[in-house]
Design a protein around this ligand. Structure first.
Ligand code: PMP
Length: 357
Protein backbone atom coordinates (compact mmCIF):
# COMPACT_ATOMS: atom_id res chain seq x y z
CA UNK A 1 0.00 0.00 0.00
CA UNK A 2 0.92 3.64 -0.38
CA UNK A 3 -0.44 6.25 2.04
CA UNK A 4 -3.72 7.74 0.79
CA UNK A 5 -2.39 11.29 1.33
CA UNK A 6 0.56 10.48 -0.94
CA UNK A 7 -1.64 9.04 -3.68
CA UNK A 8 -3.87 12.11 -3.51
CA UNK A 9 -0.91 14.46 -3.74
CA UNK A 10 0.46 12.52 -6.72
CA UNK A 11 -2.97 12.67 -8.29
CA UNK A 12 -3.16 16.43 -7.85
CA UNK A 13 0.25 16.84 -9.51
CA UNK A 14 -0.26 14.14 -12.11
CA UNK A 15 -0.86 16.34 -15.13
CA UNK A 16 1.48 19.17 -14.26
CA UNK A 17 4.23 19.15 -11.67
CA UNK A 18 4.27 22.66 -10.23
CA UNK A 19 4.02 25.03 -13.17
CA UNK A 20 6.20 22.85 -15.39
CA UNK A 21 3.26 21.91 -17.64
CA UNK A 22 4.49 18.31 -17.50
CA UNK A 23 3.80 15.19 -15.52
CA UNK A 24 6.82 13.80 -13.64
CA UNK A 25 6.25 10.73 -15.82
CA UNK A 26 7.05 12.81 -18.89
CA UNK A 27 9.98 14.71 -17.48
CA UNK A 28 13.61 14.43 -18.57
CA UNK A 29 15.89 13.71 -15.65
CA UNK A 30 18.09 16.57 -16.89
CA UNK A 31 15.64 19.26 -15.89
CA UNK A 32 15.82 21.62 -12.91
CA UNK A 33 12.44 20.26 -11.77
CA UNK A 34 13.70 16.69 -11.58
CA UNK A 35 16.96 17.71 -9.90
CA UNK A 36 14.85 19.40 -7.26
CA UNK A 37 12.85 16.18 -6.81
CA UNK A 38 15.97 14.02 -6.55
CA UNK A 39 17.69 16.30 -4.06
CA UNK A 40 14.44 16.73 -2.13
CA UNK A 41 14.07 12.95 -1.85
CA UNK A 42 17.63 12.58 -0.63
CA UNK A 43 17.42 15.33 1.96
CA UNK A 44 14.06 14.05 3.26
CA UNK A 45 15.50 10.54 3.66
CA UNK A 46 18.62 11.91 5.36
CA UNK A 47 16.46 13.79 7.83
CA UNK A 48 14.11 10.86 8.37
CA UNK A 49 16.82 8.27 9.05
CA UNK A 50 19.37 10.71 10.55
CA UNK A 51 21.89 9.53 7.98
CA UNK A 52 25.38 10.73 8.96
CA UNK A 53 27.25 13.00 6.51
CA UNK A 54 29.86 10.35 5.74
CA UNK A 55 27.26 8.16 4.03
CA UNK A 56 26.12 8.43 0.40
CA UNK A 57 22.52 7.83 -0.58
CA UNK A 58 22.09 6.22 -4.00
CA UNK A 59 18.85 5.86 -5.96
CA UNK A 60 19.33 2.84 -8.18
CA UNK A 61 17.44 0.29 -10.24
CA UNK A 62 17.40 -3.49 -10.45
CA UNK A 63 15.68 -4.22 -7.14
CA UNK A 64 17.27 -5.58 -4.00
CA UNK A 65 18.21 -8.69 -5.99
CA UNK A 66 20.73 -6.71 -8.03
CA UNK A 67 22.37 -5.63 -4.77
CA UNK A 68 22.98 -9.31 -4.02
CA UNK A 69 25.69 -9.01 -6.72
CA UNK A 70 26.58 -5.31 -6.37
CA UNK A 71 27.53 -5.71 -2.69
CA UNK A 72 30.24 -8.35 -3.24
CA UNK A 73 31.45 -6.69 -6.45
CA UNK A 74 32.05 -3.43 -4.56
CA UNK A 75 32.95 -4.64 -1.09
CA UNK A 76 35.00 -7.82 -1.54
CA UNK A 77 38.05 -5.61 -1.74
CA UNK A 78 40.77 -6.42 0.79
CA UNK A 79 40.63 -10.12 1.64
CA UNK A 80 37.99 -11.20 -0.89
CA UNK A 81 36.04 -12.96 1.82
CA UNK A 82 32.67 -12.25 3.40
CA UNK A 83 30.41 -13.87 5.99
CA UNK A 84 26.66 -14.25 5.55
CA UNK A 85 23.97 -14.82 8.15
CA UNK A 86 21.24 -16.86 6.49
CA UNK A 87 17.87 -16.25 8.12
CA UNK A 88 15.48 -16.77 5.22
CA UNK A 89 15.08 -17.08 1.50
CA UNK A 90 16.44 -13.67 0.54
CA UNK A 91 19.58 -13.89 2.63
CA UNK A 92 20.16 -17.33 1.12
CA UNK A 93 19.81 -15.87 -2.36
CA UNK A 94 22.19 -13.06 -1.42
CA UNK A 95 24.71 -15.62 -0.16
CA UNK A 96 24.46 -17.77 -3.31
CA UNK A 97 25.00 -14.71 -5.51
CA UNK A 98 27.98 -13.44 -3.48
CA UNK A 99 29.62 -16.88 -3.56
CA UNK A 100 30.28 -16.34 -7.26
CA UNK A 101 32.73 -13.56 -6.44
CA UNK A 102 34.94 -14.71 -3.60
CA UNK A 103 35.43 -16.74 -0.45
CA UNK A 104 31.93 -16.37 0.93
CA UNK A 105 30.63 -18.56 3.75
CA UNK A 106 27.54 -18.94 5.92
CA UNK A 107 28.59 -17.78 9.38
CA UNK A 108 25.24 -18.59 11.00
CA UNK A 109 21.90 -19.92 9.81
CA UNK A 110 18.42 -20.57 11.16
CA UNK A 111 17.53 -23.01 8.36
CA UNK A 112 17.61 -25.83 10.91
CA UNK A 113 15.00 -24.24 13.20
CA UNK A 114 11.61 -25.91 13.43
CA UNK A 115 9.78 -24.77 11.41
CA UNK A 116 12.65 -23.71 9.19
CA UNK A 117 13.70 -20.05 9.54
CA UNK A 118 11.18 -19.42 12.34
CA UNK A 119 13.86 -17.55 14.26
CA UNK A 120 16.99 -15.52 13.51
CA UNK A 121 20.44 -16.84 14.41
CA UNK A 122 22.17 -15.53 17.52
CA UNK A 123 25.65 -14.29 16.67
CA UNK A 124 28.57 -12.86 18.57
CA UNK A 125 31.69 -11.25 17.15
CA UNK A 126 33.41 -14.65 17.25
CA UNK A 127 30.85 -15.93 14.72
CA UNK A 128 32.67 -13.95 12.04
CA UNK A 129 36.09 -14.33 10.44
CA UNK A 130 38.26 -11.41 11.54
CA UNK A 131 39.48 -10.85 7.97
CA UNK A 132 36.00 -10.80 6.41
CA UNK A 133 35.50 -7.75 4.18
CA UNK A 134 31.90 -7.53 5.40
CA UNK A 135 29.12 -9.39 7.16
CA UNK A 136 25.72 -9.57 5.47
CA UNK A 137 22.31 -9.91 7.15
CA UNK A 138 18.70 -9.56 6.09
CA UNK A 139 17.14 -7.45 8.83
CA UNK A 140 13.51 -8.41 8.28
CA UNK A 141 12.67 -11.75 6.70
CA UNK A 142 9.63 -10.99 4.58
CA UNK A 143 8.55 -14.55 3.87
CA UNK A 144 9.09 -16.04 7.34
CA UNK A 145 7.93 -13.04 9.37
CA UNK A 146 11.03 -12.68 11.50
CA UNK A 147 13.18 -9.69 12.28
CA UNK A 148 16.58 -9.26 13.90
CA UNK A 149 15.93 -8.22 17.49
CA UNK A 150 19.53 -7.06 17.78
CA UNK A 151 22.22 -5.54 15.58
CA UNK A 152 25.03 -8.11 15.27
CA UNK A 153 28.32 -7.09 16.82
CA UNK A 154 30.85 -7.42 14.01
CA UNK A 155 33.53 -5.34 15.72
CA UNK A 156 35.34 -3.50 12.91
CA UNK A 157 33.90 -5.50 10.04
CA UNK A 158 31.36 -3.48 8.02
CA UNK A 159 27.83 -4.78 8.51
CA UNK A 160 25.65 -4.88 5.38
CA UNK A 161 21.89 -5.16 5.81
CA UNK A 162 19.09 -5.87 3.38
CA UNK A 163 16.25 -3.78 4.79
CA UNK A 164 13.87 -4.19 1.86
CA UNK A 165 10.89 -5.09 4.01
CA UNK A 166 11.49 -2.87 7.04
CA UNK A 167 13.22 0.32 5.89
CA UNK A 168 11.62 3.43 7.42
CA UNK A 169 9.39 1.32 9.67
CA UNK A 170 11.20 2.44 12.83
CA UNK A 171 14.30 4.43 13.80
CA UNK A 172 17.60 2.66 13.13
CA UNK A 173 21.13 3.72 13.99
CA UNK A 174 22.62 3.96 10.49
CA UNK A 175 26.12 4.41 11.91
CA UNK A 176 26.10 0.75 13.05
CA UNK A 177 26.01 -0.33 9.40
CA UNK A 178 28.53 -0.06 6.57
CA UNK A 179 25.78 -0.37 3.99
CA UNK A 180 21.99 -0.61 3.98
CA UNK A 181 20.01 -1.47 0.87
CA UNK A 182 16.33 -1.84 0.16
CA UNK A 183 14.00 -2.37 -2.74
CA UNK A 184 11.52 0.50 -2.45
CA UNK A 185 8.32 -1.39 -3.12
CA UNK A 186 7.29 -2.25 0.43
CA UNK A 187 7.55 0.96 2.43
CA UNK A 188 8.80 3.65 0.08
CA UNK A 189 7.49 3.80 -3.48
CA UNK A 190 6.21 1.78 -6.42
CA UNK A 191 8.49 -1.02 -7.64
CA UNK A 192 11.48 0.07 -9.69
CA UNK A 193 13.69 1.92 -7.22
CA UNK A 194 16.40 0.57 -4.93
CA UNK A 195 17.93 2.67 -2.18
CA UNK A 196 21.55 2.15 -1.12
CA UNK A 197 22.97 3.97 1.90
CA UNK A 198 26.70 3.37 1.99
CA UNK A 199 29.58 4.63 4.13
CA UNK A 200 31.95 6.65 1.99
CA UNK A 201 35.09 4.67 2.83
CA UNK A 202 33.46 1.55 1.32
CA UNK A 203 33.08 3.23 -2.05
CA UNK A 204 35.78 3.16 -4.72
CA UNK A 205 37.27 -0.34 -4.40
CA UNK A 206 35.02 -2.25 -6.77
CA UNK A 207 36.45 -5.10 -8.78
CA UNK A 208 37.81 -4.04 -12.17
CA UNK A 209 35.21 -6.06 -14.03
CA UNK A 210 32.27 -4.57 -12.11
CA UNK A 211 29.58 -3.50 -14.59
CA UNK A 212 29.33 0.30 -14.67
CA UNK A 213 25.72 0.19 -13.52
CA UNK A 214 26.72 -1.69 -10.35
CA UNK A 215 29.69 0.48 -9.42
CA UNK A 216 28.80 2.56 -6.35
CA UNK A 217 31.56 5.08 -7.09
CA UNK A 218 30.30 5.80 -10.57
CA UNK A 219 26.76 6.15 -9.25
CA UNK A 220 27.81 8.35 -6.32
CA UNK A 221 30.03 10.57 -8.52
CA UNK A 222 27.09 11.07 -10.88
CA UNK A 223 24.53 11.79 -8.18
CA UNK A 224 22.60 8.60 -9.10
CA UNK A 225 22.24 9.99 -12.63
CA UNK A 226 24.89 8.09 -14.56
CA UNK A 227 21.98 6.96 -16.69
CA UNK A 228 18.26 7.71 -16.58
CA UNK A 229 17.06 7.07 -13.05
CA UNK A 230 13.55 5.82 -12.18
CA UNK A 231 12.18 9.37 -12.06
CA UNK A 232 8.58 8.58 -11.13
CA UNK A 233 9.60 6.23 -8.30
CA UNK A 234 12.02 8.80 -6.89
CA UNK A 235 9.24 11.40 -6.95
CA UNK A 236 6.90 9.00 -5.12
CA UNK A 237 9.65 8.18 -2.62
CA UNK A 238 10.05 11.89 -1.90
CA UNK A 239 6.33 12.21 -1.22
CA UNK A 240 6.41 9.17 1.09
CA UNK A 241 9.45 10.45 3.03
CA UNK A 242 7.73 13.83 3.42
CA UNK A 243 4.55 12.09 4.58
CA UNK A 244 6.44 10.17 7.28
CA UNK A 245 8.16 13.39 8.39
CA UNK A 246 4.77 15.13 8.51
CA UNK A 247 3.26 12.54 10.87
CA UNK A 248 6.19 12.76 13.29
CA UNK A 249 9.03 10.80 11.68
CA UNK A 250 10.19 7.28 12.38
CA UNK A 251 9.34 7.36 16.11
CA UNK A 252 5.69 7.87 15.22
CA UNK A 253 5.92 5.35 12.37
CA UNK A 254 7.25 2.80 14.84
CA UNK A 255 4.47 3.55 17.33
CA UNK A 256 1.84 3.02 14.63
CA UNK A 257 3.49 -0.14 13.33
CA UNK A 258 3.83 -1.66 16.80
CA UNK A 259 0.21 -0.86 17.58
CA UNK A 260 -0.93 -2.65 14.41
CA UNK A 261 1.34 -5.65 14.97
CA UNK A 262 0.36 -5.97 18.65
CA UNK A 263 -3.31 -6.09 17.76
CA UNK A 264 -2.68 -9.07 15.51
CA UNK A 265 -0.14 -10.88 17.71
CA UNK A 266 -2.25 -10.36 20.85
CA UNK A 267 -5.21 -11.91 19.09
CA UNK A 268 -3.06 -14.82 17.85
CA UNK A 269 -1.65 -15.41 21.34
CA UNK A 270 -5.10 -15.41 22.95
CA UNK A 271 -6.70 -18.22 20.96
CA UNK A 272 -5.87 -21.68 19.66
CA UNK A 273 -7.44 -21.84 16.20
CA UNK A 274 -4.49 -20.18 14.47
CA UNK A 275 -0.82 -20.64 15.26
CA UNK A 276 1.91 -18.03 14.86
CA UNK A 277 4.94 -20.25 14.15
CA UNK A 278 7.59 -17.57 14.73
CA UNK A 279 9.92 -17.27 17.74
CA UNK A 280 8.30 -14.53 19.85
CA UNK A 281 11.64 -12.81 20.42
CA UNK A 282 12.05 -12.01 16.75
CA UNK A 283 8.58 -11.41 15.45
CA UNK A 284 8.41 -9.02 12.52
CA UNK A 285 6.18 -5.99 12.89
CA UNK A 286 5.85 -5.86 9.09
CA UNK A 287 5.02 -9.44 8.12
CA UNK A 288 2.83 -11.52 10.42
CA UNK A 289 2.75 -15.21 9.56
CA UNK A 290 0.05 -17.60 10.85
CA UNK A 291 -1.44 -20.98 9.97
CA UNK A 292 -4.54 -22.99 10.84
CA UNK A 293 -2.54 -26.22 10.75
CA UNK A 294 -4.64 -27.51 7.86
CA UNK A 295 -3.46 -26.63 4.35
CA UNK A 296 -6.99 -26.85 2.89
CA UNK A 297 -8.36 -24.50 5.54
CA UNK A 298 -5.47 -22.09 4.91
CA UNK A 299 -6.41 -22.03 1.24
CA UNK A 300 -10.05 -21.43 2.06
CA UNK A 301 -9.04 -18.63 4.44
CA UNK A 302 -7.00 -16.79 1.81
CA UNK A 303 -9.75 -17.18 -0.79
CA UNK A 304 -12.58 -16.00 1.45
CA UNK A 305 -10.49 -13.19 2.89
CA UNK A 306 -9.79 -11.91 -0.64
CA UNK A 307 -13.52 -12.07 -1.39
CA UNK A 308 -14.11 -9.99 1.73
CA UNK A 309 -11.67 -7.35 0.46
CA UNK A 310 -8.65 -8.52 2.49
CA UNK A 311 -6.15 -9.18 -0.28
CA UNK A 312 -2.73 -10.81 -0.48
CA UNK A 313 -3.02 -12.92 2.66
CA UNK A 314 -1.77 -16.12 1.10
CA UNK A 315 1.64 -17.05 2.51
CA UNK A 316 4.61 -17.21 0.16
CA UNK A 317 4.45 -20.21 -2.17
CA UNK A 318 7.51 -21.72 -0.45
CA UNK A 319 5.94 -21.84 3.05
CA UNK A 320 2.15 -21.77 2.61
CA UNK A 321 -0.19 -20.63 5.39
CA UNK A 322 -1.02 -16.96 5.70
CA UNK A 323 1.04 -13.80 5.87
CA UNK A 324 -0.35 -10.39 6.67
CA UNK A 325 2.03 -7.76 5.36
CA UNK A 326 1.20 -4.68 7.37
CA UNK A 327 3.68 -2.21 5.96
CA UNK A 328 3.82 1.47 6.91
CA UNK A 329 0.84 2.56 4.82
CA UNK A 330 -1.55 -0.10 6.14
CA UNK A 331 -3.96 1.72 8.44
CA UNK A 332 -4.84 0.37 11.90
CA UNK A 333 -8.39 -0.17 10.66
CA UNK A 334 -7.06 -2.66 8.09
CA UNK A 335 -5.72 -4.86 10.90
CA UNK A 336 -8.94 -4.49 12.89
CA UNK A 337 -10.83 -5.75 9.82
CA UNK A 338 -8.45 -8.69 9.49
CA UNK A 339 -8.84 -9.75 13.13
CA UNK A 340 -12.62 -9.55 12.83
CA UNK A 341 -12.46 -11.72 9.73
CA UNK A 342 -10.20 -14.23 11.50
CA UNK A 343 -12.68 -14.56 14.38
CA UNK A 344 -15.59 -15.06 12.00
CA UNK A 345 -13.68 -17.61 9.92
CA UNK A 346 -12.73 -19.61 13.02
CA UNK A 347 -16.37 -19.74 14.11
CA UNK A 348 -17.66 -20.77 10.71
CA UNK A 349 -15.00 -23.40 10.10
CA UNK A 350 -14.56 -25.51 13.23
CA UNK A 351 -11.60 -27.84 13.15
CA UNK A 352 -12.09 -31.51 13.94
CA UNK A 353 -11.04 -32.26 17.52
CA UNK A 354 -10.68 -28.59 18.31
CA UNK A 355 -11.90 -27.71 21.81
CA UNK A 356 -11.43 -23.98 21.71
CA UNK A 357 -14.69 -23.05 20.00
N1 PMP B 1 15.12 -8.89 0.12
C1 PMP B 1 13.97 -8.88 0.79
C2 PMP B 1 14.01 -8.85 2.29
C3 PMP B 1 12.74 -8.90 0.11
O1 PMP B 1 11.59 -8.90 0.79
C4 PMP B 1 12.75 -8.92 -1.29
C5 PMP B 1 11.48 -8.90 -2.11
N2 PMP B 1 10.35 -9.32 -1.55
C6 PMP B 1 13.98 -8.96 -1.95
C7 PMP B 1 15.14 -8.92 -1.23
C8 PMP B 1 14.04 -8.98 -3.45
O2 PMP B 1 13.75 -7.70 -3.86
P1 PMP B 1 13.53 -7.26 -5.36
O3 PMP B 1 12.27 -7.92 -5.81
O4 PMP B 1 13.44 -5.77 -5.24
O5 PMP B 1 14.72 -7.70 -6.13
Amino acid sequence: MLPMEVLERAQSEMLSYGDSGMSVMEMSHRTPEFEEILHGAESALRELMSIPDNYKVLFLQGGASTQFAAVPLNLLSSHKCADYVVSGQFSKKAYLEAKKYGDVVIAASSAGASPTFSTVPVTTKSSFRPDADYVHICFNNTIYGTKFNYIPDTENIPLVADMSSCICSEPIDVSRFGLIYAGAQKNIAPAGLTIVIVREDLIGSAREDTPAMLDYKLMADNDSMYNTPPCWCIYMAKLVFEWILSIGGLEEMKRRNEKKASLLYDYLDGQKYYTAPVDRKCRSIMNVVFVTGDAELDKKFAKEAAEAGLKNLKGHRSVGGMRASIYNAMPYEGVVALVEFMKKFAQENPKLGSDEL
